[in-house]
Write a protein that binds this ligand. Structure first.
Ligand SMILES: Nc1nc2c(ncn2[C@@H]2O[C@H](COP(=O)(O)OP(=O)(O)O)[C@@H](O)[C@H]2O)c(=O)[nH]1
Ligand SMILES: [Mg+2]
Length: 357
């Protein structure tokens, strides 16, 4: 799963990236589209600590979420060049977007728009994303309208696609995002390849001044369950501290949890992900999986061979195992189950796939 970090120039996109990764990408360097900042961020999970204690493996591997910084998408908003196709394609390829909105003051790095107005900035970002989707759909709809009467093997499918795209087109022309257009499973599959930008779930990051930490600062126009406020510059410095020293700092600053961890948890939630675990002698590992996925999907996530040769899954939930204290006790209480390929995985399941290839 991959999220694109985007925002207007000088809103702190690079600094948010640094806060996420503890990396030191130079905020002043121009990043070319072919040299994108890409980060793999661990998903914190207290159950992994228990499992590591319990199984004593050589290695513990966290689930991970990827973030890619996509600069230059909205330079035109502040008088620069319009978005290049490469940058847009990178965002299309992602599963969700993180929109950075400027709410900090910095005399040595003034807001190119003069004043801070995160709600205005979000509106401009969304308008631009909508325009990019509109351009693709208009082109495709015009093509299909011309060709739809030709009796080709794809004619039936094209009719379904055209009908869906026409609904999307009408919605965009009304200023509605594609996220809010109802699509059937078939339509959704047919349109997936276009990578529409306004269909992606998104998170709003309000990049605030250090002095505003802890304040009630998120404007009411932003959806509270998909918005975070933090000071990216401070958080990027916190990321560099030794974890042992960090907690005291955080307390003094009134910060409950690192922005990185908050953002990863929110990413998990908006992408509708759960975690399952695997273990063997050498490794305990957490994996991200879409909610509603089956044991077979879990097997596929680990290795395609496991899915191909799937026989059964042995499953115990980490919470049960922790309460029961041992495998033996978990078995006695019926908490270790044998499941088939269609079993719907629950968050926290420890899964052992039996397979044969
Ligand atoms: N005071 C303050 N300055 C920041 C913050 N975040 C970014 N900056 C500064 O704002 C400028 C633009 O940040 P940058 O991350 O390069 O923005 P980008 O153009 O969106 O990638 C830089 O000079 C940063 O040091 C912040 O939270 N507080
Ligand atoms: Mg930048």
């Amino acid at each position: 799963m991959k999220l694109a970090i985007i925002g207007l120039p000088q809103s702190g996109v690079t600094t948010v990236f640094n806060a996420l990764t503890g990396r030191h990408a130079d905020p002043h360097a121009y990043t070319k589209p072919d040299e994108l900042n890409l980060a793999v961020v661990k998903v914190p999970d207290p159950r992994l600590d228990f499992l590591s204690e319990h199984y004593q493996p050589d290695k513990v591997v966290h689930a991970a979420i990827e973030y890619v910084e996509v600069p230059g998408l909205f330079a035109a908003t502040t008088g620069g060049a319009s978005a290049d196709a490469g940058a847009t394609a990178t965002v299309r390829d992602c599963d969700a977007t993180v929109k950075v909105l400027r709410a900090f003051h910095a005399p040595d790095a003034p807001n190119p728009r003069g004043d801070n107005d995160p709600v205005r900035d979000l509106r401009d970002i969304d308008d631009e994303l909508l325009t990019l989707d509109l351009a693709i759909i208009e082109k495709r709809v015009n093509r299909l309208r011309k060709d739809i009467h030709k009796p080709t093997p794809e004619q039936e499918q094209n009719k379904v696609e055209l009908a869906a795209l026409e609904r999307c087109l009408a919605a965009l022309e009304e200023g509605q995002e594609l996220r809010d257009v109802h699509l059937s499973d078939r339509e959704e599959k047919l349109l997936r390849g276009y990578g529409f930008l306004t269909i992606q779930p998104c998170i709003h990051v309000l990049n605030i001044d250090e002095s505003d930490i802890g304040g009630d600062i998120v404007p009411p126009d932003l959806p509270a369950d998909r918005s975070l406020a933090f000071c990216a510059e401070l958080e990027s410095e916190l990321g560099e501290l030794d974890p042992d020293d960090r907690d005291e700092f955080l307390q003094d600053l009134g910060i409950d949890e690192l922005a990185r961890d908050r953002l990863v948890r929110m990413s998990y939630r908006i992408l509708d992900l759960i975690t399952f675990f695997t273990h063997n002698k050498s490794e305990v590992r957490a994996w991200a999986l879409e909610k509603g996925a089956t044991a077979l999907d879990a097997a596929e996530t680990i290795h395609s061979d496991m899915a191909r040769g799937f026989i059964r899954a042995e499953v115990v939930n980490a919470d049960d195992l922790q309460q029961d204290g041992s495998e033996r006790e978990a078995r006695a209480r019926g908490h270790i189950k044998t499941e088939g390929r269609d079993y719907v995985v629950r968050d926290g399941d420890i899964i052992t796939i039996r397979f044969n290839v």
